[in-house]
Design a binder for this molecule. Sequence first.
Ligand SMILES: [Cu+2]
Length: 297
Amino acid sequence: MSIRSITVAALISIILILAGLWVGQNVNLLPVAASANAPLYDQLFRVLLSVSTVLFLTIFSILIFSLIRFRRQMFESDDGLSLQNNLGLEILWTAIPAVIILVIGLYSYDIYDQMGGMVPLKKADNIYQSGKQAAIKGLETEQTVLVEGDKKPQDQKVWGGIGLGTISTENHTVPIEVTAMQFAFIFKYPSQNIVTGELHVPVGRPVELRMEAKDVIHAFWVPEFRLKQDIIPGQLTLLSFTPTRTGTYPIVCAELCGPYHGGMRSQVIVDEPDVFDEWLVTNTPSTVAANSNLSIG
Ligand SMILES: [Cu+2]
């Protein structure tokens, strides 16, 4: 190889990598990010998009260049050169994808781990249960706490389970029980005894979903939260998130669960904490409200 062709190859590589980085940073294919978990996911997505862009441009440039440069010339009828075996080239085109896949695999694992995906379900459920107890207790003792002033209980829990990795421990969690069935999601606020078809959550406060299915496998997916978790009959699953942006976002069933799967949708309404508290109070059944009409925060 001549110095000239090495220089040209190096220049083209630099341009391709810069183009990949530019696309990764500037092309946004994702919906708005509305949970504390989202930036982690988006970071991974940007890296994947950059790598894919470089590969796409490289492969298609070589393909199109070869189609034009090595095309059959007019009046040319004999076979092309018989070229076989280039060990160096074969090692190169095996090694490069192997390294790329290894790096992407390790990086994805790291992101999944940071999201709390590697924490065993049992441990995550213990966390949910203590959060639920705290919420119910909070309901009973809210008045006492108010009298005592701003003595905020310190939360020292260890977080786990999908989504839990990005949850802050400063606030009380909002425990919610989710039941999935053909073809609806039902949300229950255990401390308030509210049952509803659409999910209401406060912005900035950690939410924990404890999910079970009545019939077949479903999946709870909110694209704006960048989180998805299966809901399985007879097998409890958990999902945690902290909403960071008020608004109404779609909840989509992401597991083919029957003929009306495509219609299995709901919405999550992320409210300011005071609006959410008001919603809780307004919707608490009268028997519970008689005991206390205060929020689970
Ligand atoms: Cu479903």
